[in-house]
Write a protein that binds this ligand. Structure first.
Ligand code: LMR
Length: 331
């Protein structure tokens, strides 16, 4: 063998070894940042996604899950995503206002009768179209994830809207939610999820709205003696990535990551109701917070006080989007 041939064979072999080495040494990292605890629908879904990616892709893709606002709060995570510092997040649908008006539909009070209606709307043509509403901002909506319906917790019992007048409530960063509390003469304050417990504990605020799952896993029930079962609104999520990251995944990798995400979302959605029921039971068992059941007449008063908010946002959201959501209540 000539020296030249030998040299080129050795460099070819070195090249192959380097390529193989590089594949092993450099997995694609997907940082999944979220704000809730692990024992919640979103926390469990994120762990399931991590497991499924590991199963399907082994060392090729590494999913790192950061729960409890460890890496970013919801108010920074989308900017971090566009900068490439995080690859996956699932903020609640109330937290996209900076990026699109349309998703505010999910915040309208007393819009969905139950989670089955939410599911129908998300699967409808309008719901699927809303997944693309962040497209021009460089974000890609990969699917919806359920948490559940919101309850009102407070330092005093809330039975009729007048009971909330003058009280301070923490809300997510949504103008619809601000209008909802202003409609009952309460004072809404936009605050990050990670600060809610301390604000309640120190009585800097009087109450907040959330699902049983969040009220339990964040220990809000320990510092809120009353929870009104109002089911007045929704906390669901959109799983998002940056279009450049997602579309840039290698052709042989992306379908497997997508399949893992689809399975993880199906899993998360299948446990959401049960997680919330168990959280409610655990709160009852703790004896620390009383759950107030509204009479139909009391609940109707909340509906009448809060529903005018729909008209305030009809132009921004689009009446057609609101109508499609209302139609989903009809099975
Ligand atoms: C909240 O901020 O109250 C929720 O959106 C948190 C969450 O992700 O469930």
């Amino acid at each position: 063998m000539s020296m030249l041939k030998f040299a080129s064979l050795t460099s070819l072999a070195a090249g192959i070894m380097m390529a193989a080495g590089a594949a092993v040494a450099d997995p694609i990292t997907i940082k999944f940042s979220h704000v809730v605890a692990e024992n919640t629908p979103k926390g469990q879904m994120a762990i399931k996604f991590q497991e499924l990616v590991e199963e399907k892709l082994g060392d090729q893709v590494d999913v790192e899950v950061y729960p409890n606002s460890q890496l970013y709060g919801d108010d920074q995570v989308l900017e971090a995503m566009l900068l490439g510092d995080v690859q996956l997040a699932a903020p609640s649908l109330s937290k996209f206002q900076k990026y699109t008006d349309q998703l505010q539909v999910f915040d309208l009070p007393f819009l969905f009768e139950d989670m089955a209606a939410v599911e129908r709307f998300q699967n409808s043509a309008t719901g699927v179209q809303l997944l693309t509403s962040l497209q021009d901002k460089g974000l890609i909506g990969l699917g919806y994830l359920h948490n559940g319906l919101k309850q009102l917790s407070a330092s005093e019992p809330l039975r009729v809207p007048e009971d909330a007048a003058g009280k301070k409530f923490r809300i997510q960063t949504s103008d619809v939610l601000a209008a909802q509390f202003k409609a009952i003469d309460a004072v809404p304050l936009k605050k990050p999820f990670s600060e809610v417990f301390i604000l309640l504990q120190t009585q800097a605020i009087d109450g907040q709205e959330n699902t049983y799952s969040n009220i339990y896993s964040q220990k809000f029930f320990e510092v809120q003696p009353y929870i009104t079962e109002s089911n007045h609104g929704l906390i669901d999520y959109m799983v998002v990535s940056s279009a450049s990251f997602w579309n840039g995944l290698p052709e042989d990798v992306r379908p497997k990551v997508e399949a893992a995400l689809k399975q993880a979302l199906a899993y998360g959605n299948s446990i959401a109701l049960k997680e919330n029921q168990e959280a409610k039971q655990a709160i009852i068992d703790s004896g620390k917070s009383e759950i107030i059941t509204l009479t139909p007449e009391q609940r109707q008063q909340w509906v009448e006080a809060m529903k005018p908010v729909w008209d305030q946002f009809a132009d921004e959201i689009g009446q057609d989007v609101i109508d499609a959501a209302v139609a989903s209540n009809e099975g």
